[in-house]
Every structure is written in structure tokens, then in C-alpha cells.
Design a protein around this ligand. Sequence first.
Ligand SMILES: Nc1nc2c(ncn2[C@@H]2O[C@H](COP(=O)(O)OP(=O)(O)OP(=O)(O)O)[C@@H](O)[C@H]2O)c(=O)[nH]1
Length: 397
Amino acid sequence: MSYGLQGVYETTSSTSTSKDMEYHQYLRHDGPSRTYSNDSHSSSISNGGHHRLDEIEDEQLEQEEGEEEQQQQQIDDDYEEIAPDRPRLLMWGLTKSGKTSIIKLIFEKMTAGETLQLPETKTIQIHELSCGIHVRFQIRDVPGPKTTSLLDFDAYSSECTTIVFILDATEDCSDAINLLVSSMQWMHSNGHNVRFEVLIHKIDGVHEPDRLDRHSHIQQQVTVMLHECSIEEPLINFYMTSIYDHSIHEAFSKIVQNQIRQLRALENMLDLVTASTQLDKIFVCDIYNKIFLASDTKPVESQISELCCDVVDVYTDISSIYGTSKSPVLDSMSCCTVELSIGLVLYLKNINPTTALICILKKEPRINEALMDVNLNILKKNIQKLFLPNTKRLARR
Ligand SMILES: Nc1nc2c(ncn2[C@@H]2O[C@H](COP(=O)(O)OP(=O)(O)OP(=O)(O)O)[C@@H](O)[C@H]2O)c(=O)[nH]1
């Protein structure tokens, strides 16, 4: 498979178990032409591409979209058969650490305040989820132990590919650290080379100047204990998160990205497009749960990904008011642009009803929109192709 992006146009100009289980399956379709603007930030959802492509291309696109829809339907009809080797994530950590809240907030649109009323988890909850372009995975939410006991951990973690360990940063962390290390030790001694993604969670409850110290103290303690257990080079990442800000989406995006086999290829494509189109940053984002499936490899500040989440919110709000499944706010050729007063332009374009490309660029007198349109359309097709062989192969089974 070629990892390059075929057909990108360049410009020389500088402008250019043992327990009961509950099973949940989340399948979404549809997305949201109208104009939207306000004075300080002008935003538009415009049908900007039609004059650039001829009718034949339009028909081809419609046909392609029809095929895609059929394919999606087929996938949805037989989930188990279609994605038998999907990643399986286990949410693990002491009781009340925040496992259920995270799932409800990201994937069920519960507000942070509503999570205060969540009851204790009594049985395993299995969530079959899909993010954007055919990225499918399972998340298990399990009753959190009250002590460092590993009772039932073998059943909970069977066939899991990643453990998302939630550690409440507002409490004394020693029990949680012991549980984390003993879980890793159990996995190691049973020959399971599973990645641990550790969320140092409820960080909003820690005084701001102490947060980095808390993070490095926990990380150091875990590293020392793992070394003492002779676990060298463990597969472990640490994130500071809270459901009261954007950090949980950012961390979960990285966790989901670690599950995507095509991630490097996708990043290569995005790098090529940013370089050839003079974009500052480009993201592939699931518009329903605001999970970033990939971005180009330039470093990104948190504020920028927060801005992207905001543009997705604007888009979904307008879609829910004005769009219907039969007539979405954006069709395959349209885009949504938001000009910020700080001199940045955000540009949203759909890849399919659930996935969008979000580009960030500096506002310049002459943005080469035609070049951007052409390259983003090529990128869109290439992304679909990248995920298609996988889907077709699975569909044939
Ligand atoms: N301050 C703060 N509270 C949080 C955060 N995340 C979750 N909580 C709160 O933590 C409490 C426990 O959350 P749950 O999601 O029920 O915890 P759990 O780990 O699923 O608990 P069990 O079901 O007992 O295993 C709830 O009151 C949430 O509102 C966070 O980021 N910050």
C-alpha cells in the first residue's frame, strides 16, 4: 500500500465473564444550506464547491456516496461479523474514580453536571462504538473495586487490547497506584502485552500550580514500582484529564488513535496536504463525539484543538436546527468556514456524515481557496480509500 497522497496539487506561490453483562451498540448516521454569521466572528456554511466541478463529477460523487451508505448499512447490519478483531478497551480503576462518567460524557452527550447523579456500576457494561470512518471498538465499563483487589480482573480483561486506567487525582493515590501496578503485573505474568493508558483524572480538583507535580509524582512512583517488579519498558502513557474541560476529549482522542492501524498512513497524507496547501494544522474529527482520529504531525497546542471542538459545536448546533437526514446542512461539496477575530480561519469539510476535516490557517488577504478545495477533495477520497480495503475485506467474510 502506498502511504503517499496521490494527486495532491502543489503551488509554488507562498500563499498557497463471570458477571451479568449489558450490551450497548451505538450506530449513527446522518449529518446536518444556510448562512450563519455574526459580527465579531463571521461564519458561513456555503455551497462553495459547485462552481468548481462539473456535473459529471457531481454525479460520480453522488454515486460514490450512495455506495458508501450501502456499505455502511451492511457494516451496521452485522457488526460482530464485520469487526471481529476490533480493539477492546477496558475502563479500569477504583470505584468512583470516574469511569462511567467519561463514557457517558464523550459518547452519550451527558453533561459533566449530570454525572454527579450516576449510580454505582453493578454489572459489566459493554459498549460497541464507532468513530468516524469505520473506526470501531468496544469499551467495557466494569464495577470498580473498593480496594486494590484483582477479583474478577481476569474476566473483565479477557481479550482486551488496551486498559484505560482511571486514577482519581483528588484522593490519596496509593491504593490506585497499587491497583494499577498489580494489574500490570498480572497482565505481564500471564503473557499479555497490553497497553495501559493512565488517566490522572479529576485534575480540576487539584490546585492548578500543583498539577504537574502530582502528575510527575504519580508517574515516577509507578515507574519505580514497575522496575521493582522487573517490568522493563512497559507500554504505558499518562494523561491529566477532567470532564470539566477539553482534556478528556484530547486524551481519549490519543487513546483511540493508538487503536487505528492506518494512523501513520493517515498522518502522512495530512502532512502532505498541510505542506502543499499552506495550512497550519489539519484534523480528522468525529463530529458527534469530538474525537480527533488523526492530525498532521506538527505539534499542536491544546487551545487549537479546543477551537476545533468549538467549530464542531457550531456546526452540530446549526445542523440540529436546520438540517435533516435527507437534506444535511453540508453536502459533499460544501464547507463551513469560521473567521476568528484573532486572525485564524477554521475550515470544516465533511468526509462522510460522521467525520469531518478541520483545517486551521492564518487569515491572509489571498487564501488560495481553489487549491484548498481541490486538495481537500483529493484527501477526502484518499482517506476513504485507505479505510475501504479493510471494510471490503471484512464485508466479504
Ligand atoms: N471533579 C470531578 N468529578 C468527576 C470527574 N469525573 C467524574 N467525576 C465524578 O466522580 C463521581 C464518580 O463517577 P463515576 O463515573 O460514577 O465513577 P465510576 O468509576 O464509574 O464508579 P463505579 O461505578 O463505582 O466503578 C461522579 O460524581 C462524577 O461526577 C472529573 O473530571 N472531575
